[in-house]
Design a protein around this ligand. Structure first.
Ligand code: PMV
Length: 342
């Protein structure tokens, strides 16, 4: 079966679309709208076991950042092609962002239907701040609104996963868990919220570079899975770390959370660096920021970091440490996921 066909079957299964008995691909409104937050994985997803259905080698746990994310509207286009406006700018049809989005939309239409998509990010695109996660989650919510499917969050998560794995976790606020799933059809690989708030938890964004990343996460994962001997150890560690993060959340044990998240991120980056050709997202300023974090810890300050497929660091610390952290990182943007209004 072709890749396109497989994705189409998956989408139709999730939305319950049967062309004759239960058509689900007719726009019910003039336009649909969706808003979703970015999320930061505390225990990360790196590596696909199925590239067509975006099925991960391991589960992951994340925290969503309220106020940072994507707002998207979608409507049926009058013109004979898709149009995408990103942050106020109409993109060329040849732009890779447009191509990826159009490809994602294919299972949701017949050959003669095109979409106008208007999407606004409050995070820089492809800066390692996971704008693709909030982007595909917002797009799926906009489709759900346009077609009036009223899908449950589990179904929305399955659809968002197809756009970007981490998008499966961006349908929720607070902590989320993305189950790796075992089924070949991908129907058991979705995210759901973890209903435990952590009021004093802070996330700090250390912006090292917001330019486009040198290698996409999809390509990076593919190279790591295929060309890195150390990768074999990754899925096992990821599962163990995930259990520790869940325990830390239940017990509100900050040191366990921070230690596990930092170790998990560094282990993921170690597999990237041990790939040939090597994948290094870090910049000198990333390492300098890590050293500052380690110095702060030596001084008894509770702070840890995590990093995704980019040079920026995300700090984790309890609110009691805010003054010390602000002094060490004067430019830091601080988000309080359980206090900031969503
Ligand atoms: O969902 P993707 O393809 O953008 O991959 C995300 C990969 C990491 O951000 C590095 C880890 C994660 O779990 O979010």
């Amino acid at each position: 079966m072709s890749k396109q066909r497989q994705q189409q079957n998956f989408v139709h299964q999730v939305i319950g679309h049967h062309p004759e008995s239960n058509p689900k691909l007719t726009a019910v409104k003039r336009s649909g709208k969706g808003i979703a937050p970015v999320n930061i994985a505390l225990s990360k997803y790196w590596g696909k076991r199925d590239e067509v259905l975006n099925l991960p080698m391991n589960g992951s746990v994340s925290i969503s950042l309220p106020g940072l994310g994507t707002e998207t509207t979608i409507q049926i286009a009058q013109a004979g092609q898709d149009s995408v406006r990103l942050n106020g700018k109409l993109l060329e049809p040849s732009n890779p962002f447009v191509k990826r989005l159009s490809h994602f939309l294919n299972p949701f239409r017949t050959a003669t239907v095109f979409f106008d998509v208007v999407t606004t990010n409050t995070v820089p695109t492809a800066a390692g701040l996971a704008s693709s996660a909030s982007g595909y989650a917002a797009l799926v919510l906009a489709l759900d609104d346009l077609f009036a499917w009223q899908l449950a969050s589990q179904q929305l998560s399955l659809l968002a996963r197809l756009g970007s794995g981490s998008a499966s976790r961006s349908l929720f606020s607070g902590f989320s868990i993305w189950h790796m799933g075992r089924q070949a059809d991908g129907m058991d690989s979705f995210a759901e919220p973890i209903d435990t708030p952590w009021p004093g938890l802070c996330v700090g964004l250390v912006k090292v570079d917001v330019a486009q990343k040198p290698i996409s996460s999809t390509l990076g994962m593919q190279n790591t899975v295929n060309n890195c001997d150390l990768y074999q150890a990754w899925p096992k560690q990821a599962e163990k770390d995930m259990a520790k993060i869940l325990q830390a959340i239940q017990q509100q044990d900050f040191n366990l959370l921070g230690q596990t998240a930092e170790h998990n991120a560094l282990s993921m980056h170690a597999t990237m660096m041990a790939t040939w050709p090597p994948i290094v997202y870090w910049q000198p300023e990333s390492v300098a920021a890590m050293q500052t974090v380690w110095q702060l810890r030596e001084q008894g300050i509770a702070v840890y970091f995590t990093m995704d497929a980019g040079p920026n660091l995300k700090l984790l610390f309890p609110e009691t440490e805010k003054p010390a952290i602000k002094q060490a990182f004067p430019e830091l943007s601080i988000i309080e996921p359980f206090k900031t209004k969503r």
